[in-house]
Design a binder for this molecule. Structure first.
Ligand code: GLN
Length: 307
């Protein structure tokens, strides 16, 4: 069976898992998304895209943007500076938990992929004002995905801004502890916008491919260093699925970074392949139920398991 046919089969096989999840409702705009959508895409070593299901549907990138913003923060500041502000350890807590910010002695976020860590990374992005910083993030995302169609989902952004009080609490807590030096509202404005960029599952597979190739575009042009790509991908493996990260790595066997919009981005560095799924019905940890089913099948059938 060729790859396209396999993806078609896996979409149908995993549709039944959709009913085990629900669309995110804590961001009102996400509650309007059709829970039945399901799509997947793979980008091979040469950059060829294979996709199936709802692969042309745009949805909010949400937490998957945290990988792209980490890459840009590393480019802007260097590794040493970035990791003065955030650790590299899985938190074992939900993505918006304040618990470890309080209990850890230095009050720094555990990693760049939980909300406080991601807000911290956004605060490190260079730019003269929030618009400039957001435009730099959007343009960087367009560049590494080689996808010019990406735009801001204004309704999602406004919805997040209106209801994002837990994120405000996380940022103000860090500020109160003296570990966050930027303006909270301005930083959150950029953070809410980066989460609201509209992508397709094909865009995600292309970004995954970029990280899997070690930071090189399909044209051969290098955008970030091998080391920077390695940091982004290594942290995806250990921290990408929040408090399901350990189970995901054991069960699926390759790195995955999810978002509450229903996307999961999976770079496979050993094969230089990018894989992505999209299914807005998510479980209580915030991870796509149908999407994880497809990833498990791909892992088994194509021998993608790293272990
Ligand atoms: N924008 C969302 C939030 O900050 C992202 C969360 C996610 O995708 N897990 O809550």
């Amino acid at each position: 069976m060729d790859l396209k046919n396999l993806l078609d089969v896996l979409i149908e096989k995993n549709r039944s898992l959709i009913s085990q999840g629900h669309v995110a409702t804590y961001i009102p705009e996400l509650a309007k998304v059709d829970p039945k959508l399901l799509g997947t895409a793979i980008v091979d070593k040469e950059g060829k895209v294979y996709s199936s299901g709802d692969s042309k549907v745009y949805f909010a990138i949400e937490s998957i943007s945290k990988t792209v913003v980490l890459a840009l923060a590393l480019l802007d500041n260097g590794e040493e500076e970035v990791f003065k502000h955030v650790h590299k350890e899985p938190s074992g807590d939900p993505f918006n938990s304040i618990k470890k910010l309080e209990t850890e002695e230095d009050h720094l976020p555990r990693n760049p992929y939980i909300n406080p860590g991601a807000i911290m990374m956004t605060s490190l992005i260079k730019g003269k004002d929030p618009d400039d910083k957001f435009n730099r993030i959007l343009n960087f995302m367009k560049r590494i995905s080689e996808d010019d169609t990406l735009t801001l989902g204004t309704e999602t952004y406004l919805s997040e801004k209106r209801t994002g009080d837990i994120n405000r609490a996380l940022a103000y807590y860090m500020k109160g502890q003296g570990v966050f030096s930027e303006n909270v509202e301005e930083t959150l404005d950029v953070y809410f916008r980066q989460c609201s960029i509209n992508v397709t599952v094909e865009t995600l597979a292309k970004i995954a491919g970029f990280f899997a190739r070690g930071g090189v575009l399909t044209t051969g042009e290098r955008v970030i260093s091998q080391r920077q790509a390695q940091i982004v991908t290594g942290l995806i493996a250990t921290c990408g699925m929040y408090d399901q990260s350990g189970e995901f790595l054991d069960n699926i066997g390759f790195p995955g970074k999810s978002g509450v919009g229903g996307g999961i981005l999976c770079p496979l560095p050993s094969k230089e392949i990018g894989v992505a799924v999209f299914g807005p019905a998510i479980d209580k940890e915030g991870n796509s139920t149908g999407g994880m089913g497809i990833l498990k099948d791909l892992s088994d059938k194509l021998n993608y398991d790293m272990f």
